[in-house]
Design a protein around this ligand. Structure first.
Ligand SMILES: [Zn+2]
Length: 144
């Protein structure tokens, strides 16, 4: 994994790299077994008592369930000073958890993307803040 020492998440409580692996911060409901993301999203299933919700980290790898390629910059409030177009947006499935999460696809030849390929959770550098920290968001890259 790249050096994460001077990186800070754009939005807190979505992505974690404290274990040495970049992983999305999810939660699991003990009442119905549903995983959800972001983990603050407690209205996950109508009728569920939502008792026993616990924070969990998703596995570092999932499978590409769907994707598209964008040829224009992300609209505000998304902010980056990097030129990232064109870029892929992938829907990555974490099979055992039965959850699919959308994210920008990085470091990938976009023509090589295939539904079903293995994807790894990573971070995308967005911009440097006033404290000289690299502000990042979660993203996915193909496991080649
Ligand atoms: Zn539930």
């Amino acid at each position: 994994m790249e050096n994460m020492a001077n990186k800070v998440a754009r939005i807190p409580n979505l992505v974690d790299w404290s274990t040495g692996e970049v992983r999305l911060m999810s939660a699991k409901c003990a009442s119905c077994g549903t995983y959800f993301f972001p983990r603050e999203h407690y209205q996950h299933r109508p009728g569920c008592s939502r008792e026993g919700v616990e924070n969990v980290l998703l596995p570092g790898k999932g499978k590409l369930a769907s994707y598209t390629v964008q040829y224009y910059p992300c609209p505000a409030p998304f902010r980056t000073d990097k030129k990232i177009t064109p870029y892929g947006i992938g829907l990555v499935e974490f099979e055992a958890e039965k959850i699919q999460i959308t994210g920008i696809i990085t470091e990938t030849d976009l023509k090589s993307l295939k539904v079903g390929m293995e994807m790894e959770t990573t971070v995308l550098d967005l911009y440097v803040n006033e404290e000289k920290q690299e502000v990042v968001t979660w993203a996915f890259k193909a496991v080649l």
